[in-house]
Design a protein around this ligand. Structure first.
Ligand code: HEM
Length: 144
């Protein structure tokens, strides 16, 4: 027997899975998005060095973390257990304009991988919203 709460969670997860399927988003899609996007990031003259400095030789785990992160947002599978805020508060050289570059590369990647309209909107909206919340903490309410 499941509790009403468990049933609601299952229903919410089911709805998320159906929405993902309609939008053509599966694990392979997310993997391609993440790999292609961080390829651009690493080659970017401004963002590349910022990432390199933090990540160094640990790109494989970072890419795996990012696939899990996006998978959790898409499939509501609860697999991402990280805390992104502290990771970004450590970036002492980052400035608000860097988020414009980040989002521009993300949008370009969605174009390149031929994301359908719904997938495009889903990822871009989430990235924009999360990026804004990082910026609030990093630049406008530091120390929180
Ligand atoms: C200028 C923009 C950004 C820069 C320079 C940046 C940089 C970084 C770096 C260097 C790391 C690795 C931190 C570490 O391992 O110590 C990281 C992790 C991460 N970033 Fe960003 N990031 C940016 C924007 C974003 C945005 C917009 C999102 C969300 C859509 C995001 C989501 C994440 C997540 C989920 C992690 C993994 C945190 C963890 O669990 O370890 N980042 N970022």
């Amino acid at each position: 027997m499941s509790t009403p709460n468990e049933r609601r969670l299952t229903q919410a997860r089911q709805a998320a899975l159906e929405a993902a399927e309609r939008a053509g988003i599966d694990r392979a899609f997310i993997s391609n998005l993440v790999e292609t996007f961080y390829g651009h990031i690493r080659r970017d003259e401004r963002l590349g060095p910022i990432f390199e400095q933090q990540i160094g030789d640990n790109w494989e785990p970072h890419l795996a973390t990012m696939k899990t992160f996006w998978g959790s947002l898409v499939f509501h599978d609860g697999q991402y257990a990280g805390r992104p805020m502290p990771a970004h508060l450590r970036l002492k050289d980052a400035v608000p304009e860097d988020f414009q570059i980040w989002l521009g590369l993300f949008e370009r990647t969605l174009d390149e991988i031929d994301a359908g309209e719904e997938a495009y909107r889903f990822f871009l909206e989430r990235a924009d919203r999360i990026g804004r919340s990082f910026q609030m903490h990093m630049f406008y309410a530091p120390g929180e």
